[in-house]
Design a protein around this ligand. Structure first.
Ligand SMILES: [Zn+2]
Length: 262
C-alpha cells in the first residue's frame, strides 16, 4: 500500500535527535491532534528543515502516513512563526513550557480539536509579545480545562448552592472542580481560597471569545489566586507534578520583587 500524503498546520511540542541524522517531533496538529513525525536527514539538511523544527515553532507541514508504522514521515515544513522571543527569554520560555506540558499530557492521536489548537496559538502569540505572560497562562488554563471536559464551576457552592457574595470567602475544591462556601468546607479537603474578585474574573474568562480574552487584565492577588487554583487543579486532575511549574516558582523566588506562587 502506498503512503498517503497529508497537510496540516502544527505546533512543535517536542523534538529530539534520532540516530545520526534524523529528528523525531511531537506536534499538536490542527487536523490530526497529536502527531509524531520523523524528519529524515533533518540534522544534515541545509535547506529543507533548517531553523524550522524548534520547540514551539508554528508550521505548515506535509507528511506521509505509512501503513503499519507509528511514525509518519515529515516531507516539508514551512515556517509560519518561530516565536523567537519565547525561545530567547527564559521567563517566557518557562511560561510557554507549562502550557506545552499540559498539552503533552492531554492531546491524543487522531483527536483534532480546533478550539484547543486556536487557544494554544493564541497563548503562544501573546506570551511571545510579552503581554503579561503569567496572566496569559492563567487565561489559557481556565479555558483549557473547559475544552478537555473539566470546566471549573464557579456558579455557587457545590454542596448548598448558595451564590457567591462579596463578603463571603469561598474556596475552590480541586477534587470536585467547584466552589465550597465557608459553611460547607470541611477539614482535609484540598481547597484553594478565592476572593470574590478572582471568582468573577475567572467566570468572565470562561465566557470571553478568544478575540477579546487578552483584554482581561489579571494582576496582583487575582493572578496569584488564579494561578494557585489552576496549578492545584491540574495536579489533582492529572495526578502528577507539572515539572515546568517548579521552574517558574524557582524563578519567582529568585526575584523578590515579584509574588511567589505555590
Ligand atoms: Zn455551601
Amino acid at each position: 500500500m502506498a503512503a498517503i500524503s497529508r497537510e496540516t498546520e502544527a505546533i512543535v511540542l517536542d523534538c529530539f535527535e534520532h540516530g545520526e541524522s534524523d529528528v523525531i517531533l511531537t506536534l499538536l496538529s490542527r487536523d490530526a491532534g497529536r502527531l509524531s513525525v520523523i524528519a529524515k536527514g533533518a540534522k544534515r539538511s541545509k535547506k529543507r528543515f533548517v531553523n524550522k523544527l524548534e520547540l514551539f515553532s508554528f508550521l505548515h507541514i506535509t507528511y506521509q502516513i505509512s501503513p503499519n508504522r507509528n511514525l509518519s514521515f515529515l516531507s516539508e515544513a514551512e515556517l509560519h512563526t518561530s516565536f523567537l522571543n519565547i525561545r530567547q527569554n527564559f521567563c517566557l520560555y518557562t511560561t510557554a513550557s507549562i502550557l506545552r506540558e499540559f498539552l503533552l499530557i492531554t492531546i491524543r492521536e487522531g483527536e483534532a480539536d480546533e478550539q484547543l489548537f486556536r487557544l494554544s496559538l493564541w497563548a503562544l502569540h501573546n506570551i511571545d509579545r510579552h503581554l503579561q505572560p503569567l496572566a496569559i497562562l492563567a487565561l489559557f488554563l481556565i479555558n483549557f480545562y473547559g475544552i478537555i471536559g473539566y470546566r471549573p464551576d464557579f456558579t455557587g457552592c457545590n454542596m448548598c448552592n448558595k451564590q457567591t457574595t462579596v463578603n463571603r470567602r469561598y474556596s475552590f475544591d480541586t477534587t470536585t472542580g467547584g466552589l465550597i462556601c465557608p459553611d460547607c468546607s470541611r477539614q482535609g479537603q484540598r481547597l484553594v481560597r478565592l476572593s470574590h474578585g478572582t471568582i468573577k474574573m475567572l467566570q468572565s474568562a470562561q465566557i470571553q471569545p478568544l478575540e477579546r480574552l487578552h483584554r482581561l487584565k489579571i494582576s496582583g492577588n487575582l493572578l496569584q489566586e488564579s494561578l494557585s487554583l489552576l496549578h492545584d487543579y491540574g495536579r489533582q486532575l492529572f495526578q502528577r507534578e507539572i515539572i515546568s511549574w517548579r521552574l517558574l516558582q524557582k524563578q519567582q523566588s529568585a526575584n523578590h520583587d515579584k509574588p511567589k506562587y505555590r
